[in-house]
Write a protein that binds this ligand. Structure first.
Ligand SMILES: Nc1ncnc2c1ncn2[C@@H]1O[C@H](COP(=O)(O)OP(=O)(O)OP(=O)(O)O)[C@@H](O)[C@H]1O
Ligand code: SF4
Ligand SMILES: [Mg+2]
Length: 338
């Protein structure tokens, strides 16, 4: 088996907030091998984008990152800032949700490619830049004749594809796509997914695909990681996790999806907790129908079952009678009443 291109261990990201630090990512571990696509799912506000941006080193002033992030065998967080950014710049790409916020309306598409490629590969000649850019555009279905157009001369879907082409021109080993299809119509969404599938065939980068849409995960991902309140509560191959989810939150997410072909994740009773003061023990306990006393008192262990793993006390084998006692009503917190 090939070694992972990205190996993340116990990563944490805190934002500074008026009421104390927001623990947006709180002890996350996962690995990605070349060519592998990992879907990252979970309700709004559970830390998916923070995790994606944190891997790229894109956190706002006042925020802190901790843990180990090994990229291509090198520990990124231990490196001096300049060196770290150089490795990230050429080796990792982040595809955002809203392409217009990232393309400069006053710059032609060609100028965007020249700028991006020159920063990371200053030795490329003018004609090499052009060849590399046209190759990338072509692979995303943008005709070479459009190379000297301005961003506003393209449709939303085309702009999105240009953004992806810009990211791919650098041949990154790792791509983070943060809800790349949310703002697009179904047809363009299908195109982007088929493009991601093509990219896998040709470049074989590792991809972290952040999405609310479990249908997309079923279609486009090899593995899935389910995030709740800053932690990955379950991960494993898509087929296994969807067929036999171990964690009650994964089960609730799957139940909330009427059909794997459509749906937003919005019908789990209650709401995710405040990340300034998250619930004790298992963060899902105020919403969990199986919650026991131990879930309120102690962080659940990570249980590995074959290719799947989940953090839940239900999967632990040795619990005392008292620990197994159902959670008491007065311990129900605000989220239940939401
Ligand atoms: N710049 C910031 N400063 C302070 N808190 C932030 C900042 N950005 C995000 N947060 C908080 O961090 C938590 C995680 O946010 P994040 O954007 O990572 O969630 P998400 O899972 O990507 O949500 P969505 O599905 O809505 O995109 C939220 O509680 C959010 O309010
Ligand atoms: S640890 Fe307890 S509260 Fe958390 S998901 Fe498992 S059963 Fe529910
Ligand atoms: Mg997000």
């Amino acid at each position: 088996m090939t070694s992972p291109v990205l190996d993340v261990h116990d990563m944490r990201v805190w934002y500074a907030g008026p009421n104390g630090p927001v623990q947006a990512v709180d002890g996350v571990s996962f690995a990605l091998r070349p060519g592998e696509v990992l879907g990252l799912v979970g309700e709004s506000g559970c830390g998916k984008s923070t995790l994606g941006r944190g891997l790229m080193g894109l956190v706002p002033r006042g925020a802190a990152i901790d843990g180990n992030v090994d990229f291509d065998g090198r520990a990124l967080l231990g490196l001096p800032k300049k060196e770290r950014e150089k490795i990230r710049g050429a080796g990792m790409a982040l595809i955002f949700q809203e392409p217009m916020t990232r393309l400069d309306p006053l710059m032609k598409v060609s100028a965007h490619f020249t700028e991006v490629l020159h920063v990371h590969e200053p030795k490329l000649s003018k004609s090499d830049v052009r060849d590399r850019a046209l190759d990338a555009l072509r692979s995303l279905g943008i005709p070479p004749t459009r190379y000297d157009n301005y961003p506003h001369e393209f449709s939303g879907g085309m702009r999105q594809r240009i953004m992806i082409a810009l990211a791919l021109a650098l041949r990154p080993k790792f791509i983070i796509a943060d809800e790349p299809t949310t703002a697009l119509d179904v047809l363009v969404e299908a195109q982007i997914l088929s493009i991601l599938a093509d990219i896998r065939q040709t470049y074989a980068p590792a991809i972290l695909l952040i999405t609310h849409n479990l249908g997309i995960v079923a279609e486009a991902c090899d593995r899935v990681a389910v995030m709740y309140a800053g932690r990955i509560v379950e991960q494993g191959p898509v087929r296994e996790v969807f067929a036999r989810p171990r964690h009650p939150y994964t089960q609730a997410l799957l139940r909330s999806t009427i059909s794997l072909k459509t749906q937003e994740l919005n019908s789990i009773p209650g709401a995710p907790p405040d990340l300034v003061q998250p619930p004790s023990g298992c963060r899902f306990h105020p919403r969990c129908e199986h919650a026991m006393q131990v879930c309120v008192d102690r962080l659940p262990p990570l249980i590995v079952e074959g290719v799947q793993q989940a953090e839940c006390w239900l999967l632990a084998s040795s619990l005392t009678e008292a620990e197994r006692r159902p959670r008491q009503r007065e311990e129900v917190s605000v989220a239940d009443e939401a």
